[in-house]
Design a protein around this ligand. Structure first.
Ligand code: UDP
Ligand code: MG
Length: 138
């Protein structure tokens, strides 16, 4: 078993899709180890997406991610990182496969409903960024 980190982003929460996305997560076979509703601050968004600091979309991305409440999640499954990337689909919903969360719920490449970690190492870093160990179930 391994872990990944997910965010139901502000667009999806604002549009009332958090419940449907949670249902999708559970139907796909993930165990939810941690979950909370939080409004990401601008400094948190800037640190979380630091790897993209030089990209042209960084300002828009950090504004968007701090614009309203998100649901942050620690998920467990066999091969959790790849399984979750497969479940959410491509970054741009226009390229996301049918049945994926981004295909169903994303508005655009920027406002794309969900986040997913890109490696086991980053999954652990991102889980620790948002959760204390005591906030995760065993
Ligand atoms: N993003 C964007 N424009 C782009 C690429 C990315 O607005 O051209 C945003 C989008 O919200 C994406 C996030 O930046 O989810 C992080 O980009 P990344 O390439 O890591 O995509 P992801 O891993 O989320 O699929
Ligand atoms: Mg990424």
């Amino acid at each position: 078993m391994s872990r990944t980190f997910a965010i139901i982003k502000p667009d999806a929460v604002q549009n009332g899709h958090a419940g449907a996305i949670l249902a999708h997560i559970q139907k796909a076979g993930f165990k939810v180890l941690g979950m909370k509703l939080t409004q990401v601050s601008m400094p948190q968004a800037q640190r979380f997406y630091e790897v993209h600091a030089q990209r042209p979309f960084y300002g828009e991305l950090t504004e968007f991610m701090s614009s309203g409440p998100s649901v942050v999640l620690a998920l467990e499954a066999e091969g959790a990182v790849q399984k979750w990337r497969d479940t959410i689909g491509a970054t741009d919903p226009a390229e996301a496969a049918d049945g994926t969360i981004r295909k169903r719920f994303a508005e655009s490449k920027g406002r794309n409903a969900v986040h997913g970690s890109d490696s086991d190492e980053n999954a652990e870093i991102e889980i620790a960024f948002f959760f204390a160990g005591t906030e995760l179930v065993g």
